[in-house]
Design a protein around this ligand. Structure first.
Ligand code: PEP
Ligand code: MN
Length: 456
């Protein structure tokens, strides 16, 4: 008996040791912390705080994603490029949740498919940067790496990496997730509220089209109610949260051993992904995430080779577990039709079955002559279309979409039915990082994807 206990303890210790193996590997995109004792104190504090999500929820998500990978559901993942502490207000969280619920309804109704709803929310605070510093005039300061690391304000004090921000990141995630849970479990996400989700948004063609669809759904629900159907199940909706697992001094202490199974779960989110800049096969991020039970994503940019993809599969999903691995392709509208098919072919002829989703945002960035970082809505649509075309050609399943969006009527991306032009960008540009689709552009995108899904 005591031997068995010792064996269990030894096995658990070896799992824990494995969770720290990344510390000996090359690592990218970590903050230049100045005070290592303060980093250790923050990590210890975070390790003592309750998990934000539970292992059982994470397992449920993995099962849902397996259904999507098999072609019978669709993943909708969206939210800010970078959440901010100041932006974690009730109104902004509600508008983002409403926008995702509306998009999901459009997709479900048109494509007659279950839609898995997932926010880039409640933890999307750490940002990879293409340069470590930023220069304005003759002043050079460390780059902004997201509110969980440093401040956006361009002063030496604000730009210094502050470990205490990680603890604030935890608490901001907790309060955001609490509100999301209240909205999605407490009656607000009831399908009978489908009209109300559109309230408060300005009228435009996408909203009008949504109203029309909401009327049809209402009629169908009323008909079924009259027939005696019980709509209790419509009251609640599943909603998962996700972020890029970038900041290791936060992700590691949020990773805990599940007492039921003795296996590690990253309890900071249901789903975490590895970014385009940190997906090196022999790097820290890939090693660390290969050891957690959560379903995970990997971003794939236009330079990805078929061999990279096969090796990532071997490393991150050695057991070929359904729902474990999602590839998030972000090729750029001009490249996806050339770059994606070879990757799909290679995986199709292997024994793996990952979920493929499109991120039509990150390959389509540009800067306007008046200095705004933006994206053309038409490029976003074009990349989505290219994604569906590539899957149709190869005979694989286009299983979801990953977008940067907000529920507010910001003016950050060019085009859409309101025809936002370069001058208009200045009127309401709020993102501290990448430009997001606004509410009506998001709905418009959902209608387009619904059409593509119908003819897949
Ligand atoms: C992001 O999702 O905000 C991001 C930085 O993406 P990528 O890693 O694909 O560049
Ligand atoms: Mn981004």
């Amino acid at each position: 008996m005591s031997l068995t206990n010792e064996a269990v303890i030894a096995a658990t210790q070896s799992v824990i040791d494995g969770l720290d193996h990344w510390r000996s590997l090359p690592i990218k995109q970590q903050p230049p912390w100045l005070d290592q004792a303060a980093v250790a104190a923050a990590s210890t504090k975070i390790a003592s705080l309750p998990p934000l999500v539970f292992a059982g929820e994470v397992d449920t998500l993995r099962e849902r994603l397996a259904v999507a990978a098999s072609g019978k559901a669709f993943l909708l993942q969206g939210g800010d490029c970078a959440e901010t502490f100041a932006g974690a207000t009730a109104d902004q969280i509600r508008n983002r949740v409403k926008t995702l619920l509306q998009m999901a309804v459009v997709l479900t109704y048109a494509a007659e498919l279950p839609v898995i709803k997932m926010g880039r929310m409640a933890g999307q605070f750490a940002k990879p940067r293409s340069s470590d510093s930023e220069t304005r005039g003759d002043v050079t300061l460390p780059a902004y790496r997201g509110d969980i690391v440093n401040g956006y304000e361009f002063t030496p004090e604000s730009r210094a990496a502050d470990p205490a921000r990680m603890v604030q990141g935890y608490h901001t995630s907790a309060s955001t997730l609490n509100l999301i849970r209240a909205f999605t479990q407490g009656g607000f996400a009831d399908l009978r509220e489908v009209h109300n989700w559109n309230k408060g948004f300005t009228s435009n063609p996408a909203n009008a089209r949504y109203e029309q669809l909401a009327r049809e759904i209402d009629r169908a629900i009323n008909f079924m109610t009259a027939c005696g159907a019980d709509f209790e199940a419509l009251k609640r909706t599943e909603f998962f949260v996700s972020h890029e697992a970038l900041l290791m001094d936060y992700e590691r202490p949020m990773t805990r051993i599940d007492s039921r199974t003795g296996t590690p779960y990253n309890t900071s989110a249901h789903f975490v992904w590895i970014g385009e800049r940190t997906r090196d096969l022999d790097g820290a991020h890939v090693d660390f995430l290969s050891r957690v039970r959560n379903p995970i994503g990997v971003k794939l940019g236009p330079t990805t080779s078929p061999d990279d993809v096969l090796q990532l599969i071997d490393k991150l999903d050695p057991h070929r577990e359904p729902g474990r691995l999602t590839f998030i392709t972000r090729m750029g509208a001009g490249k996806i039709r050339d770059a994606l098919p070879a990757l799909l072919e290679a995986v199709k002829s292997s024994d793996a079955n990952p979920l493929w989703i499109t991120d039509p945002m990150h390959g389509n960035g540009m800067t306007t002559p008046n200095g705004y970082k933006t994206r053309r809505f038409d490029d976003v649509l074009d990349e989505v279309q290219g994604f569906f075309e590539a899957h149709r050609a190869v005979g694989t399943y286009p299983g979801g979409m990953h977008v940067e969006l907000t529920g507010d009527e910001v003016t950050e991306c060019l085009g859409g039915s309101e025809m936002i032009d370069e001058e208009t960008l200045a009127t309401r540009y709020e993102s501290l990082c990448d430009p997001r689709l606004n509410h009506s552009q998001s709905l418009e995108l959902a209608f387009l994807v619904a059409e593509e899904l119908k003819r897949r």
